[in-house]
Design a protein around this ligand. Sequence first.
Ligand code: ADP
Ligand code: MG
Length: 340
Amino acid sequence: MLTLNQVSRRYGGSTALDGVDFVVPENTYMSLLGASGSGKTTLLRLIAGFEEPDQGTISFNGERIDGQPSHLRDIGFVFQNFALFPHLTVSENVAFGLRHRAHAPVTNETEIKDRTEAALELVGLSGFGHRGVSAISGGQRQRVALARTLVCEPKIVLLDEPLGALDANLRSRMCDELKAIRERLGVSFLHVTGSETEALTMGDKVSVLANGRIMQSDTPDNLFSHPVNAESARHLNAWNILDAELFDRDAARGLIAVRFDQIDVSPTGTVPADRPSLSATYLTGEFNGPTALSFFRASDGTLLQVVDHLSQPRLPELVEGQTYDLHFAADALRQFHGAA
Ligand code: ADP
Ligand code: MG
C-alpha cells in the first residue's frame, strides 16, 4: 500500500500540491482525475523520487520512501510521451532498463533475453522485438513503454496520461488491456488522466485532484452518483452546478447539483408545486447518437445541460429562445455547503 500523508510541493510562489492525503491500496487499479495543471505529474514525480516534497511523507507498506534515491524505490514510471530510444529496437528498449539500472543491473544475456521476451509477451508484442520503435504504431509504442517498465518488476506502476497520445478507438482497447495486464501482475497501477470517462472506466477506485488537493477518493459509481463537493461534481462532466438561491424553494445558501440525465423539462407553470424547479431559456440542442443534449440558460446566466436518452425520451419539442421550467425529483438534488 502506498500512502501520501499531508504532502505539499511548491514551485517559487505557487503551490502545486497542498497537503495531499492519498492512498493506493494493494492490487488495485487506481485512477487520479485532474484538469491540466492540477498537479498530477508532480504527484507522480514525488512518488517516483524524481523530486522531493516540501512537506509531508510518502510510505510504501509502512516504510518511508521519501528521501530515498529514486532507483532504490522500485517504482515503475510510464511517461506521457513514452520516452523510447528511437534508434534502438523494441527488445533493446525493453532490455535497456535491466542492463543500465543504477541498482542491481542485469548482465547475464540469457536472463536479459528471457525477461525481455516475457515482458513483450505480457503486453502482446511477442515477435516484435527486432523491429525499430519508429516502425511500429502508436499503440505498440505505448506497449513497449509499458514492457520497459514492467521488465524491472516494480512494486507499483505510475502511468502519466498513458492514453493521451492514442486515437479514440485504440484508447478504449488499450484501457481493457491495461486492466488485464495489471490483473495478471497483481501490482497496483496509478493512472493519472484528465478524462473523466477514462478515470471512471479504468479505476477500481478514483481520486479527484483539484487546486492541489484530493477532493474525493471513491469507487467509480459512488463518485459518479455521490460527489461530496462541487469540485468533484464539476470533474465528472455530468452534473449541473447551481447557486442554491436560483432555486425557488427554501434551499440553504451554497451550491446545488443535479445530474444532466435527471432533469425534466416542461412548459412554464405546469410543474406540480411540490417538485423542485427553476426557470431557464432553451438555447440549442446537440445530437450524439444514443443521447441528445439540450442547453439552457438560467436567469443568473448559468449554463445548464439536460441529457435525453433516445430509447426513453422525456423532453417535449423545444423552441430556441423560449423559457421552460426545469424540474427534478427532490432526491436527485445534491446540496453542497459553501462555495467551492
Ligand atoms: P498536471 O500534470 O496535472 O498538468 P503538473 O504537476 O505538471 O500538472 O503541474 C502543476 C503545477 O505546478 C502547474 O501550475 C505547473 O505550472 C507547476 N509546475 C510543475 N512543474 C514545475 C517546475 N518544474 N517548475 C515550476 N513550476 C512547475
Ligand atoms: Mg502532467
